[in-house]
Design a protein around this ligand. Structure first.
Ligand code: BT5
Length: 252
Protein backbone atom coordinates (compact mmCIF):
# COMPACT_ATOMS: atom_id res chain seq x y z
CA UNK A 1 0.00 0.00 0.00
CA UNK A 2 1.26 3.50 -0.96
CA UNK A 3 2.76 5.77 1.73
CA UNK A 4 2.71 3.03 4.31
CA UNK A 5 5.12 0.56 5.79
CA UNK A 6 3.57 -2.87 5.68
CA UNK A 7 4.46 -5.80 7.88
CA UNK A 8 2.99 -9.01 9.17
CA UNK A 9 2.43 -9.78 12.85
CA UNK A 10 1.06 -13.31 13.26
CA UNK A 11 -2.13 -13.42 11.16
CA UNK A 12 -2.42 -9.64 11.03
CA UNK A 13 -1.16 -7.46 8.17
CA UNK A 14 -0.26 -4.02 9.51
CA UNK A 15 -0.17 -0.90 7.29
CA UNK A 16 1.59 1.87 9.16
CA UNK A 17 1.19 5.52 8.15
CA UNK A 18 2.91 8.63 9.51
CA UNK A 19 -0.22 10.76 9.39
CA UNK A 20 -3.89 10.23 8.48
CA UNK A 21 -7.15 12.07 9.00
CA UNK A 22 -8.61 9.04 10.78
CA UNK A 23 -7.55 5.38 10.68
CA UNK A 24 -11.25 4.43 10.77
CA UNK A 25 -11.98 6.57 7.70
CA UNK A 26 -9.19 4.99 5.66
CA UNK A 27 -9.92 1.44 6.85
CA UNK A 28 -13.63 1.86 6.07
CA UNK A 29 -13.13 3.18 2.56
CA UNK A 30 -10.48 0.57 1.70
CA UNK A 31 -12.67 -2.24 3.04
CA UNK A 32 -15.65 -0.88 1.11
CA UNK A 33 -13.58 -0.92 -2.09
CA UNK A 34 -12.33 -4.42 -1.34
CA UNK A 35 -8.74 -3.28 -1.04
CA UNK A 36 -8.27 -4.56 2.50
CA UNK A 37 -9.87 -7.52 4.23
CA UNK A 38 -10.21 -9.25 7.61
CA UNK A 39 -7.13 -9.07 9.85
CA UNK A 40 -5.65 -6.05 8.08
CA UNK A 41 -4.84 -3.07 10.27
CA UNK A 42 -4.38 0.61 9.53
CA UNK A 43 -2.12 2.39 12.08
CA UNK A 44 -1.16 6.06 12.16
CA UNK A 45 1.48 7.88 14.20
CA UNK A 46 -0.98 10.76 14.42
CA UNK A 47 -4.46 11.70 13.19
CA UNK A 48 -5.77 15.07 12.06
CA UNK A 49 -9.43 14.19 12.38
CA UNK A 50 -9.54 11.39 14.92
CA UNK A 51 -13.15 10.63 15.81
CA UNK A 52 -14.97 9.41 18.88
CA UNK A 53 -18.59 8.27 18.93
CA UNK A 54 -21.25 10.59 17.50
CA UNK A 55 -18.50 12.50 15.67
CA UNK A 56 -16.84 13.73 18.84
CA UNK A 57 -13.21 14.61 18.45
CA UNK A 58 -10.46 12.18 19.48
CA UNK A 59 -7.26 14.10 20.24
CA UNK A 60 -4.51 12.31 18.33
CA UNK A 61 -1.01 13.83 18.64
CA UNK A 62 2.14 11.81 17.95
CA UNK A 63 3.22 9.39 20.69
CA UNK A 64 -0.02 7.48 21.26
CA UNK A 65 -1.58 4.46 19.53
CA UNK A 66 -4.28 4.90 16.85
CA UNK A 67 -5.39 1.93 14.78
CA UNK A 68 -8.30 0.29 13.01
CA UNK A 69 -8.65 -3.46 12.54
CA UNK A 70 -10.87 -4.92 9.81
CA UNK A 71 -13.02 -7.89 10.81
CA UNK A 72 -15.43 -9.94 8.73
CA UNK A 73 -17.32 -12.15 11.18
CA UNK A 74 -20.14 -14.34 9.90
CA UNK A 75 -22.59 -13.28 12.59
CA UNK A 76 -26.10 -11.92 13.03
CA UNK A 77 -26.16 -8.14 12.73
CA UNK A 78 -27.40 -7.61 16.30
CA UNK A 79 -24.23 -9.23 17.68
CA UNK A 80 -21.83 -6.77 16.05
CA UNK A 81 -21.76 -4.36 19.02
CA UNK A 82 -20.46 -7.17 21.27
CA UNK A 83 -17.10 -6.82 19.50
CA UNK A 84 -16.34 -3.63 21.41
CA UNK A 85 -16.64 -5.60 24.69
CA UNK A 86 -14.32 -8.29 23.31
CA UNK A 87 -11.85 -5.56 22.37
CA UNK A 88 -11.97 -3.65 25.63
CA UNK A 89 -11.40 -6.88 27.62
CA UNK A 90 -8.37 -7.63 25.40
CA UNK A 91 -7.07 -4.09 25.86
CA UNK A 92 -7.55 -4.34 29.62
CA UNK A 93 -5.51 -7.56 29.63
CA UNK A 94 -2.82 -6.05 27.39
CA UNK A 95 -2.35 -3.00 29.63
CA UNK A 96 -2.46 -5.17 32.75
CA UNK A 97 0.23 -7.49 31.34
CA UNK A 98 2.39 -4.52 30.37
CA UNK A 99 2.06 -2.96 33.82
CA UNK A 100 2.84 -6.28 35.51
CA UNK A 101 6.02 -6.68 33.43
CA UNK A 102 7.12 -3.22 34.55
CA UNK A 103 6.03 -3.81 38.17
CA UNK A 104 3.43 -1.04 38.00
CA UNK A 105 0.42 -1.39 40.28
CA UNK A 106 -2.79 0.37 39.21
CA UNK A 107 -6.47 -0.34 38.82
CA UNK A 108 -7.39 -0.90 35.15
CA UNK A 109 -11.13 -0.96 34.55
CA UNK A 110 -13.72 -1.15 31.79
CA UNK A 111 -16.20 1.71 31.67
CA UNK A 112 -19.44 1.04 29.83
CA UNK A 113 -19.74 0.97 26.92
CA UNK A 114 -16.33 1.30 25.30
CA UNK A 115 -13.69 2.93 27.51
CA UNK A 116 -10.66 1.76 29.42
CA UNK A 117 -9.79 3.56 32.66
CA UNK A 118 -6.66 3.61 34.78
CA UNK A 119 -7.27 4.81 38.32
CA UNK A 120 -10.64 6.17 37.15
CA UNK A 121 -9.31 8.20 34.24
CA UNK A 122 -9.87 7.41 30.56
CA UNK A 123 -6.82 5.99 28.81
CA UNK A 124 -8.49 4.47 25.74
CA UNK A 125 -11.68 4.45 23.73
CA UNK A 126 -13.21 2.37 20.97
CA UNK A 127 -15.05 3.40 17.84
CA UNK A 128 -16.80 0.43 16.23
CA UNK A 129 -18.26 0.94 12.77
CA UNK A 130 -19.73 -1.58 10.38
CA UNK A 131 -21.14 -2.02 6.92
CA UNK A 132 -24.41 -3.89 6.85
CA UNK A 133 -26.18 -4.75 3.63
CA UNK A 134 -29.29 -6.91 3.22
CA UNK A 135 -29.17 -7.79 6.91
CA UNK A 136 -25.61 -9.11 6.44
CA UNK A 137 -22.53 -7.81 8.15
CA UNK A 138 -20.05 -7.15 5.34
CA UNK A 139 -17.26 -5.90 7.58
CA UNK A 140 -16.55 -4.26 10.91
CA UNK A 141 -13.94 -1.60 11.61
CA UNK A 142 -12.65 -1.78 15.16
CA UNK A 143 -10.94 1.55 15.89
CA UNK A 144 -8.93 2.02 19.08
CA UNK A 145 -7.12 5.02 20.51
CA UNK A 146 -4.80 4.41 23.48
CA UNK A 147 -2.98 7.27 25.22
CA UNK A 148 0.65 6.34 25.81
CA UNK A 149 2.59 9.58 26.13
CA UNK A 150 -0.04 12.28 26.49
CA UNK A 151 -3.72 13.02 26.93
CA UNK A 152 -5.91 16.10 26.47
CA UNK A 153 -6.75 18.14 29.55
CA UNK A 154 -10.21 19.39 28.59
CA UNK A 155 -12.35 16.26 28.30
CA UNK A 156 -15.87 15.31 29.37
CA UNK A 157 -14.38 12.57 31.55
CA UNK A 158 -10.88 12.96 33.11
CA UNK A 159 -8.15 11.44 30.92
CA UNK A 160 -4.76 9.87 31.50
CA UNK A 161 -1.92 8.12 29.65
CA UNK A 162 0.41 5.17 30.33
CA UNK A 163 3.45 7.36 30.90
CA UNK A 164 1.71 9.03 33.84
CA UNK A 165 2.11 5.65 35.58
CA UNK A 166 5.79 5.48 34.53
CA UNK A 167 5.01 2.87 31.90
CA UNK A 168 7.42 2.91 28.92
CA UNK A 169 6.23 1.17 25.78
CA UNK A 170 6.02 1.97 22.07
CA UNK A 171 2.66 2.17 20.28
CA UNK A 172 3.51 -0.77 17.99
CA UNK A 173 4.69 -2.99 20.85
CA UNK A 174 1.49 -2.57 22.83
CA UNK A 175 -0.49 -3.08 19.62
CA UNK A 176 1.16 -6.49 19.30
CA UNK A 177 0.40 -7.37 22.92
CA UNK A 178 -3.21 -6.32 22.33
CA UNK A 179 -3.46 -8.45 19.18
CA UNK A 180 -2.30 -11.55 21.02
CA UNK A 181 -4.99 -11.09 23.67
CA UNK A 182 -7.64 -10.09 21.15
CA UNK A 183 -6.99 -13.08 18.94
CA UNK A 184 -7.81 -15.47 21.81
CA UNK A 185 -10.86 -13.63 23.05
CA UNK A 186 -12.29 -13.04 19.58
CA UNK A 187 -11.99 -16.76 18.70
CA UNK A 188 -13.59 -17.63 22.02
CA UNK A 189 -16.46 -15.23 21.32
CA UNK A 190 -16.99 -16.55 17.76
CA UNK A 191 -17.04 -20.15 19.00
CA UNK A 192 -18.84 -19.88 22.33
CA UNK A 193 -20.78 -16.61 22.26
CA UNK A 194 -20.96 -13.55 24.51
CA UNK A 195 -21.28 -15.14 27.97
CA UNK A 196 -17.53 -15.63 28.64
CA UNK A 197 -16.78 -12.10 27.47
CA UNK A 198 -19.61 -10.70 29.56
CA UNK A 199 -18.23 -12.43 32.68
CA UNK A 200 -14.74 -11.19 31.94
CA UNK A 201 -16.00 -7.65 31.35
CA UNK A 202 -17.88 -7.67 34.69
CA UNK A 203 -14.70 -8.67 36.57
CA UNK A 204 -13.11 -5.31 35.82
CA UNK A 205 -16.20 -3.15 35.50
CA UNK A 206 -15.99 0.42 36.75
CA UNK A 207 -18.62 1.16 39.44
CA UNK A 208 -20.48 -2.14 39.18
CA UNK A 209 -23.08 -2.34 42.01
CA UNK A 210 -22.55 1.34 42.75
CA UNK A 211 -24.54 4.45 42.07
CA UNK A 212 -23.78 5.96 38.68
CA UNK A 213 -25.04 8.78 36.48
CA UNK A 214 -25.57 8.17 32.79
CA UNK A 215 -25.85 11.02 30.30
CA UNK A 216 -28.41 10.11 27.67
CA UNK A 217 -29.12 12.05 24.50
CA UNK A 218 -30.91 14.95 26.22
CA UNK A 219 -31.28 13.87 29.82
CA UNK A 220 -29.43 12.27 32.69
CA UNK A 221 -30.44 9.19 34.67
CA UNK A 222 -29.05 7.84 37.94
CA UNK A 223 -29.23 4.48 39.65
CA UNK A 224 -27.32 1.41 40.74
CA UNK A 225 -25.31 -0.24 37.95
CA UNK A 226 -26.60 -3.84 38.07
CA UNK A 227 -24.91 -5.48 35.08
CA UNK A 228 -24.60 -5.53 31.34
CA UNK A 229 -27.24 -7.79 29.83
CA UNK A 230 -26.79 -10.58 27.31
CA UNK A 231 -26.51 -8.12 24.45
CA UNK A 232 -24.33 -5.50 26.16
CA UNK A 233 -26.97 -3.01 27.32
CA UNK A 234 -26.38 -1.33 30.67
CA UNK A 235 -28.92 -2.32 33.32
CA UNK A 236 -29.66 0.29 35.95
CA UNK A 237 -31.89 0.12 39.03
CA UNK A 238 -33.35 3.52 39.82
CA UNK A 239 -34.22 4.89 43.29
CA UNK A 240 -37.84 3.81 42.89
CA UNK A 241 -36.69 0.28 42.03
CA UNK A 242 -37.38 0.52 38.33
CA UNK A 243 -35.07 -1.45 36.06
CA UNK A 244 -33.87 0.60 33.09
CA UNK A 245 -32.10 -0.78 30.04
CA UNK A 246 -29.69 1.70 28.44
CA UNK A 247 -28.44 1.17 24.92
CA UNK A 248 -26.53 4.40 24.27
CA UNK A 249 -25.06 6.90 26.72
CA UNK A 250 -22.05 8.04 28.72
CA UNK A 251 -21.40 6.88 32.27
CA UNK A 252 -20.02 9.79 34.27
C1 BT5 B 1 -14.29 7.18 22.07
O1 BT5 B 1 -15.34 8.01 21.81
O2 BT5 B 1 -13.80 7.00 23.15
C2 BT5 B 1 -13.75 6.47 20.84
C3 BT5 B 1 -12.35 6.90 20.49
C4 BT5 B 1 -11.83 6.12 19.31
C5 BT5 B 1 -10.57 6.70 18.75
C6 BT5 B 1 -9.94 5.80 17.74
S1 BT5 B 1 -8.32 6.30 17.32
C7 BT5 B 1 -8.27 5.21 16.01
C8 BT5 B 1 -9.64 5.22 15.36
N1 BT5 B 1 -9.72 6.26 14.36
C9 BT5 B 1 -10.60 7.24 14.72
O3 BT5 B 1 -10.86 8.26 14.04
N2 BT5 B 1 -11.16 6.92 15.89
C10 BT5 B 1 -10.67 5.66 16.40
P1 BT5 B 1 -16.23 8.71 22.90
O4 BT5 B 1 -16.67 7.73 23.95
O5 BT5 B 1 -17.28 9.42 22.12
O6 BT5 B 1 -15.25 9.75 23.60
C11 BT5 B 1 -14.92 10.97 22.98
C12 BT5 B 1 -14.63 11.98 24.09
O7 BT5 B 1 -13.43 11.61 24.78
C13 BT5 B 1 -14.37 13.39 23.56
O8 BT5 B 1 -15.57 14.11 23.44
C14 BT5 B 1 -13.43 13.98 24.61
O9 BT5 B 1 -14.15 14.49 25.73
C15 BT5 B 1 -12.66 12.76 25.09
N3 BT5 B 1 -11.35 12.63 24.43
C16 BT5 B 1 -10.94 13.10 23.24
N4 BT5 B 1 -9.69 12.72 22.96
C17 BT5 B 1 -9.27 11.97 24.01
C18 BT5 B 1 -8.09 11.29 24.33
N5 BT5 B 1 -7.04 11.24 23.50
N6 BT5 B 1 -8.03 10.66 25.53
C19 BT5 B 1 -9.07 10.66 26.39
N7 BT5 B 1 -10.24 11.28 26.15
C20 BT5 B 1 -10.34 11.92 24.97
Amino acid sequence: MKNSQNYQFKKYLIHQFEELDSTNNLAFSLAENRKIFANEIIVADKQNKGRGRVDRKWESPIGNLYFSLVLQPQIAVEKVSQISFVAICALQMAVEKTFKNQKIVAKIENKWPNDLLIEQKKVAGILLESKISNENCEFVILGIGLNINSNPLQTIFPATNLKEFLCEISPLKILEIFLEEFDNLYENWLNFGFENIRNLWHKNAYNLNSKIFVNLDKSRIEGIFQEIDKTGNLILKTDNNLIKKITFGDVC
